[in-house]
Design a binder for this molecule. Structure first.
Ligand code: FES
Length: 108
């Protein structure tokens, strides 16, 4: 079976950029894809929108599903929140995200 893979540009907290690849056919979320590529994202709550350790900034203008109320609530309590802040665990990896560009938010 053909594997569906997208490329995501990630800028880490030191400003280094790398392109990671994520499968679109495994129900991964962005937090899991970052962790799978050994980026320093804790994902403490396991993707429940309860910890904000997967906070990132979206740099590209991809259309993402709106943040849920849970995600908004968590971002309200997080540090270093910007207009383009999202919880990466709430972003499903899909074909539409090819070329997404994100920056990891600082840890508080
Ligand atoms: Fe906890 Fe995303 S992993 S909010």
């Amino acid at each position: 079976m053909e594997k569906n893979i997208i490329n995501i540009k990630v800028t880490d907290r030191e400003g280094s950029e790398q392109i990671i690849q994520a499968p679109t056919d495994m129900s991964f979320n962005l937090m899991e894809a970052l962790k799978a590529n050994e980026l320093p994202v804790e994902g403490t709550c396991g993707g429940m929108a309860l910890c904000a350790s997967c906070h990132c900034y979206i740099n590209s203008d991809h259309h993402l599903a709106d943040a849920s109320e849970d995600e908004e609530d968590m971002l309200d309590q997080a540090f270093f929140v910007e207009d383009n802040s999202r919880l990466s665990c709430q972003i499903k990896i899909s074909d539409e995200l090819e070329g997404l560009s994100i920056t990891l938010a600082p840890v508080s």
